[in-house]
Design a protein around this ligand. Structure first.
Ligand code: C2E
Ligand code: CA
Ligand code: CA
Ligand code: CA
Length: 281
């Protein structure tokens, strides 16, 4: 039995070793992603449910590693957060997002969306430099500040409410809009909605699953949408995957939505190309 234990420990050691090697390799590759031009920006439409027109887009990053292929954020954002590389990634996304919308508006003012939203990581929100990074991205692209929305998750916001509100005030002064991402998933009081300058609430996808079958779920979403509207906020529902969910959302007075049913994330050129031939998604 003792020998078996030893063997098992050896096995444990060697998997630990492999994981460590893999992590070091992944980190070295990731360090190269921004300077190597390996990041890609995908855009997902935010649609007005009344006329089915695209109003905005959310910028979602992908990493195209030469060997590993196209990777979703879940495969590298956690490591990027641990290593601090996420700030470089966020900055790249900011610059690229502003540039993309500016070009789109120049080329196709009639079909281009009114705003682009960018996800801001916890590490970046903590940095006083964030405000400069945003100002630089706007200046470099010439995009009007009110076309840029910064998305911050409720959990990140609540982790240091004092820092968050200071930073968001600074950003607001630049003229950009602030969205609370994944609204309803963090353990938080609603009090911060009174103290923090917010323009948009994005209701998390988990509230939309089960919307069609559960009256309770529907009542909850109705109440949250109304709360947002009463506070004068724009409310966006995330994760709409079928027509039945859409019908319920329209019935409860929800105006803006995002989800695979309305459009999957795709490269700007391909989205702009489709929009040029059809104004309705
Ligand atoms: P998020 O900000 O909540 O982004 C929405 C995620 O939901 C995206 O996943 C999107 O592709 C996915 N999604 C959209 N519609 C549907 C739907 O109808 N059904 C389902 N099942 N999923 C849908 P993605 O692109 O994999 O991004 C995941 C997360 O990674 C994002 O969640 C965000 O937290 C983070 N992320 C993405 N881009 C960036 C970035 O540039 N910087 C930072 N810091 N984080 C990012
Ligand atoms: Ca590389
Ligand atoms: Ca988001
Ligand atoms: Ca979200």
């Amino acid at each position: 039995a003792k020998g078996q234990g030893k063997a098992r420990f050896k096995l444990f050691e060697s998997t630990m070793h492999e994981r460590l090697v893999e992590r070091i390799d992944r980190e070295a590759r990731l360090r190269d992603a921004v300077p190597g031009g390996e990041l890609r920006l995908h855009l997902q439409p935010v649609v007005d449910l009344v006329d089915r027109r695209m109003r905005g887009v959310e910028a979602l990053v992908r990493w195209e590693d030469p060997e590993l292929g196209l990777l979703p954020p879940a495969a590298f954002i956690p490591l990027a957060e641990e290593t601090g590389l996420v700030v470089d990634i966020d900055r790249w996304v900011l610059v690229e997002a502003c540039r993309t919308l500016r070009n789109w508006r120049d080329r196709a003012p009639d079909t281009a969306p009114s705003w682009i939203s960018v996800n801001i990581s916890a590490a970046h929100l903590e940095l006083p430099d964030l405000t400069d990074h945003v100002a630089q991205a706007l200046a470099a692209s010439g995009l009007p500040a009110d076309c840029l929305v910064l998305e911050v998750t409720e959990t990140v916001l609540m982790s240091d409410i004092a820092v968050s509100s200071t930073r968001l005030e600074q950003l607001r002064r630049l003229g950009v809009r602030i969205a609370i991402d994944d609204f309803g998933t963090g353990y938080s009081s609603l009090g911060y909605l009174r103290d923090i300058p917010v323009d948009v609430l994005k209701i998390d996808r988990s509230f939309i699953t089960g919307l069609v079958d559960s009256t309770r779920q529907r009542d909850l979403v109705t109440a949250v949408v109304q709360l947002g509207h009463t506070l004068g906020l724009r409310v966006v529902v995330e994760g709409v995957e079928d027509e039945a969910q859409l019908a319920v959302l329209v019935a409860i007075g929800c105006r803006l939505a995002q989800g695979y049913h309305l459009g999957r994330p795709e490269l700007a050129e391909s989205l702009a190309g489709r929009m040029a031939t059809a104004t309705v998604l």
